[in-house]
Design a protein around this ligand. Structure first.
Ligand SMILES: Cc1cc2nc3c(=O)[nH]c(=O)nc-3n(C[C@H](O)[C@H](O)[C@H](O)COP(=O)(O)OP(=O)(O)OC[C@H]3O[C@@H](n4cnc5c(N)ncnc54)[C@H](O)[C@@H]3O)c2cc1C
Length: 445
């Protein structure tokens, strides 16, 4: 029997993961990407021999799907991860922390040791929620999606624990504010990531994207539009390259693009409920400032997070020393200053100079030597950096999943992948791609 044809739109992490999984399962895959390089929002930027990873290329040992994918793609130059020392800035001092155990959390500066008693309830609480906390099936958490992380933290553990540990734990991937983000995102992080260690990929994540894209037939610089279902089954869509435009057909299509772009691509095919759900997905903007350093500040990578407080601009700073074959030239260093989601929204239109000044001024409280240490600085902005998982998002995912299942039963062969469906971040984006591939495999047999 001829292999079934599946088109995947978007070569971000989700699309690359879906295409790779589908090819492994024997489907005839075509991957379309409108940019000239794969990687989507995760794609790094190269300036003067420095490779700047927008997300810092920090991977946790809990990011199991991502780590095993790197292994399967046979990229030994990226692994093992370079261990990252974790620290928290508290009262203008940087203190190394080890939040991998409850005792380690109780020792975080700002948290009081007596709060350990409250924290002892956490594993029991999580056990009680059972399989509703399953990052692979976020829709199962709908009934827990009733309060913000700040409310949940205050109720069970105290405001200080929320500010100094729970908030920073969640904001590392989501940039979210504890007052808005759903407690479910924290529960996912805690269940998956308790005891995890953080590390840096050894070289550019572009190697990962390139290798994944080259493992399937990928058309780069090609935009897909007007996806519609065919009356006899399958889908038809328009493919626009630099030189020509054509109509193409496939037995199924995976839309691995951010939610608003999925609506633009195939909106006419969606039910009212689906369109509504996709249009309601909100994104947090991100501003970061990469400062190339003449000399590294440390001999090892270090990530410093900041407690969440009103008006404070920095979410974290990643200090990366250079080494042979790495992203940063040997003998040099890189400081990646990430602003909080709220500050990024407020300053999104501000000139580079203002952004640079504000972020450097905030950092200079703990690192006065940042002044005059830079070779160059680069401001990076992304309007739709990370999807928001505010209270209500998991209920929306549950509704969306139900409608999806219904459309699949009726024979529609349009599938969705992307980090707005599972959780923010590389690992979740990849898993959403795998999930879409598994659904296609079930339906096309
Ligand atoms: C500044 C920034 C900071 C981040 N910080 C972190 C972090 O700290 N930790 C973390 O884990 N994650 C972080 N992320 C998030 C991470 O990069 C995303 O989770 C991931 O890239 C999402 O992948 P995706 O495949 O869902 O979508 P995308 O990466 O957006 O990929 C979608 C792709 O589809 C393509 N496309 C869209 N429409 C079409 C079309 N019509 N035809 C053809 N191609 C199309 C786009 O060009 C794009 O390449 C950050 C992202 C940014 C931008």
């Amino acid at each position: 029997m001829a292999a079934k044809r599946v088109a995947v739109v978007g070569a971000g992490i989700a699309g690359l993961g879906a295409a790779w999984r589908l090819a492994q399962r024997g489907f005839q895959v075509s991957l379309f990407e409108r940019e000239q390089l794969p990687g989507g929002r995760a794609r790094p930027v190269v300036r003067e021999n420095f490779t700047i990873e927008r997300a810092g290329a920090i991977v946790g040992t809990a990011d199991k799907a991502l780590l095993s994918w790197i292994g399967e793609l046979d990229l030994p130059e990226l692994l093992p991860l370079r261990p990252v020392v974790r620290a928290l800035a508290h009262r203008d001092r940087v203190q190394v922390i080890d939040p991998r155990s409850l005792l380690g959390i109780a020792r975080i500066p700002g948290v009081r040791i007596h709060q350990l008693l409250g924290l002892l309830r956490l594993p029991r609480l999580v056990a009680r929620y059972g399989n509703r906390i399953d990052p692979e099936r976020p829709e199962r958490a709908a009934s827990l999606d009733d309060r913000s992380l700040a409310d949940f933290g205050r109720l069970y553990f105290g405001a200080r624990v929320t500010q100094h540990w729970m908030g920073p734990l969640v904001s590392r991937t989501s940039l979210a504010d504890a007052r808005e983000v759903s407690r479910v995102l924290f529960l996912h992080h805690y269940r998956d990531g308790a005891g995890e260690r953080l590390g840096l990929l050894r070289s550019s994540s572009q190697e990962l994207m390139d290798r994944a894209a080259s493992s399937v037939p990928a058309a780069l610089g090609v935009c897909v539009a007007n996806v519609e279902s065919c009356s006899g089954g399958g889908v038809r869509f328009r493919v626009r390259g630099a030189e020509r435009e054509r109509l193409a057909e496939a037995d199924a299509i995976v839309l691995a693009v951010p939610a608003p772009e999925a609506v633009a691509l195939a909106g006419a095919e969606f039910s009212f409920a689906e369109r509504d759900a996709l249009e309601k997905v909100r994104y947090t903007p991100e501003i970061s400032l990469a400062v190339a350093l003449r000399r590294p500040f440390h001999s090892h990578p270090q990530q410093i997070q900041f407690p969440q407080r009103e008006g404070w601009p920095l979410e974290s700073v990643l200090l990366e020393p250079g080494f042979e074959g790495g992203r940063v030239p040997k003998g040099r260093g890189l400081a990646l200053l990430r602003a909080t989601g709220r500050w990024s929204a407020d300053y999104f239109e501000a000139p580079d100079e203002t952004v640079g000044k504000e972020l450097i001024a905030a950092l200079s409280g703990i690192f006065p030597r940042i002044h005059g240490a830079g070779i160059f600085a680069e401001v990076l902005r992304e309007k739709r950096a990370v999807p928001r998982f505010d209270v209500g998002r998991y209920r929306a995912i549950a509704d969306f999943t139900r409608v999806q299942a219904d459309c699949r039963r009726r024979g529609r062969r349009i599938y969705f992948a992307g980090d707005y469906l599972m959780g923010p971040g590389w690992n979740a984006a990849l898993r959403s791609g795998y999930r879409a591939a598994a659904d296609v495999a079930v339906d096309l047999g």
